[in-house]
Design a protein around this ligand. Structure first.
Ligand code: XMP
Length: 326
């Protein structure tokens, strides 16, 4: 009979058999798939797993801290935490074209990861959180964006250049199974049921040129939005608006508009809120968030984030709009 505990035992046995006494490295992003893969492999081989967590400076508020807490402190997973913010910001300075930005972020990511991996001379395996839909998707036709998604996601080219064998223990699982597996392995509910986050991170949510200043403003606005979504419970379904949306985030618009505060005039940046409902992310509807929730988020952002004086809500569906703004 198929049960989760049986599945966990089998998956662990398979990993042990596959890697033997070898060492394994894994690129941890904080997303569901790489997190579950890390927890599973750690359960199977303990200290012979080393995770590399690259912070490109485009993560959400406190994300690095949360990943380190969950994996290093609570689970005892070996993690190399690389703060590559300066390197990424340097390469991105002044670059405005969305595809160029994606390419730079993808390329730097591979380079930073590769540099770390090369130091772990004992490693024979590269583990990835590839899940079944990724396997199908790679076999099918792709848009330019999908290719970019893959190449970032799977740290393209690494196995060849590093002479590592691929370990993909989630290859047969659908997303909901990966989530159940994550819970069975003791990962926090909030991590297992979090919205997807793109590899290029806030880099595609800051329109045009990226800077640390813009990233810091966006991080704070985004955290307020997510906080209120988690706190606001829909009376009908008893679910939070975070759980009732498939993806929600703030977008930084590098335009200034005039506002008024106290006796003074302000001239500051705009933040757009994006929240969608979708089953497959190929099409999506903008989420009908309750007005009081939008009002709360807007007033909190404008009052708490100096530098933002206007908040707008994105009412575009996909298609023709995409979920991300870049
Ligand atoms: P779009 O904007 O194309 O997004 O409607 C569809 C889904 O894909 C995610 N996305 C990415 N994920 N690397 C990723 O890992 C990427 O480069 C990337 N671009 C978009 C997006 O967040 C949404 O869930």
């Amino acid at each position: 009979d198929w049960t989760m505990p049986n599945y966990v035992d089998e998956a662990i046995a398979r990993i042990r058999e596959q890697v033997g006494e070898d060492e394994v490295i894994l690129g941890l992003s904080g997303g569901v798939d790489s997190s579950v893969a890390a927890a599973l492999i750690h359960r199977a081989i303990g200290d012979r797993l080393t995770c590399v967590f690259v912070d490109h400076g485009l993560l959400r508020l406190d994300e690095g801290k949360q990943v380190m807490e969950t994996f290093a402190q609570n689970m005892g997973v070996k993690i190399i935490h690389v703060d590559a913010t300066e390197q990424f910001m340097g390469k991105l300075a002044g670059v405005t074209d969305p595809e160029a930005k994606r390419k730079i972020i993808g390329r730097e990511f591979v380079e930073v990861f590769q540099h770390q991996a090369a130091k772990l001379k004992a490693a024979k395996w590269l583990a990835q959180g590839t899940i079944y839909p990724d396997v199908i998707e790679s076999a099918g036709a792709k848009t330019g964006k999908a290719v970019a998604i893959k190449s970032h996601h799977n740290v393209g080219g690494l196995p060849e250049t590093l002479n590592l064998k691929l370990l993909e223990p989630l290859r047969e699982l659908f997303k909901d199974e990966v989530r159940k597996l994550g819970l069975a392995l003791g990962l926090p509910h909030g991590m297992v049921y979090r919205h997807p986050f793109p590899g290029p991170g806030l880099g595609v949510r800051i329109l045009g040129a990226v800077s640390s200043e813009f990233a810091n403003l966006l991080r704070r606005a985004d955290a307020i939005f997510i906080d209120e979504l988690r706190k606001t419970i829909d009376p009908e379904t008893k679910q939070s608006w975070y759980d009732l949306t498939s993806q929600a985030f703030a977008v930084f618009l590098p335009v200034k508009s005039v506002g008024v505060m106290g006796d003074g005039r302000t001239y500051e940046y705009v933040v757009a809120l994006r929240a969608v409902q979708t089953s497959d992310f190929m099409t999506a509807d903008w989420a009908p968030l309750p007005y009081p929730l939008l009002a709360k988020v807007s007033s909190r952002i404008i009052n708490e984030v100096r530098g933002i004086n206007r908040v707008v809500y994105d009412v575009s569906s996909k298609p023709p709009a995409t979920i991300e703004w870049e």
